[in-house]
Write a protein that binds this ligand. Sequence first.
Ligand code: CP
Ligand code: NVA
Length: 320
Amino acid sequence: MKLLAIEWKPKVNLKGRDFLTLSDFSTEEIWYLLHLALELKTLQKEGKEYKPLLGKTLGMIFEKSSTRTRVSFEVAMYQLGGQGLFLSSSDIQLGRGETIGDTAQVLSRYVDGIMIRTFAHKKVVELARYATVPVINGLTDSFHPCQVLADLLTIYEIKGALKGLKLAFIGDGNNMSHSLLIGGAKMGMDIAVASPEGYAPDDQVVKLAKDIAKSTGSQIVITTEPVEAVADADVIYTDVWASMGQEAEQKEREKVFPPYQVNEELVSYAKEDYIFLHCLPAHRGEEVSSEIIDGEHSVIFDEAENRLHAQKAILTALMG
Ligand code: CP
Ligand code: NVA
């Protein structure tokens, strides 16, 4: 079976590439992945099988917990005809000090791709340097590009466009904020991030997003004022106050983050037809009120579902 997206941009060839951050991909390449994801989603909904990864295996290293990433990658590999192999760092020798370099080279002799969820981003970069198969970033302390590809897909499906839309990210300047800044800037979206003093996104990532924005016409705003960020927003996004690995800071963060809760009052400044996104898992009553996350503007479960379709596009493009 031939897919339209593959014919749509024959110039785009991502075979063998790594998927570490969206900054490594052009706007055209991201559009290609989004269209491929839409096609794969349609095929799936129509009950049509498409198995370009027959006989292929994806090693999935997890050094942090996961529900969505683990299940969606495993199901994605199965649906594409291949197999996902769950490798918890507490079970493999990596957790006992075997080097990233050796792990990468050994796994490359068995599997056709490696997905990793870990702490320091430089670990993923190192893994990709030594691996001879594509490496996919399933979340680091700094970036979560698979999530943002699914987010862009969700926004595009609902709004019919990306360029010119305003996305407000309210909360910690974390991995999600970083990937949204980069992915949003690539697609010409306006991105406004509101965080408490001391919790803003990383300066280098903001600079990178602003550089990308110059060529795509997007506007990047970093502020401490949630109302300023949310004003006229088409999309409101938030994430937990303390990410994985920051559990010890939870109490301290609970003192500064409450003014950044996404609630009825705050969303009143957004466009009337705004949509609410959250990468999940969520803490109701902390970063978002139940009324909003469970309300009519929330599309969190469509967003979670799109992890599957977006990652099927990534896997097909890199390993197919
Ligand atoms: N959004 C996300 O990555 O969820 P998991 O931590 O459950 O994988
Ligand atoms: N910022 C969160 C995202 C979880 C998907 C974390 O890193 O824990």
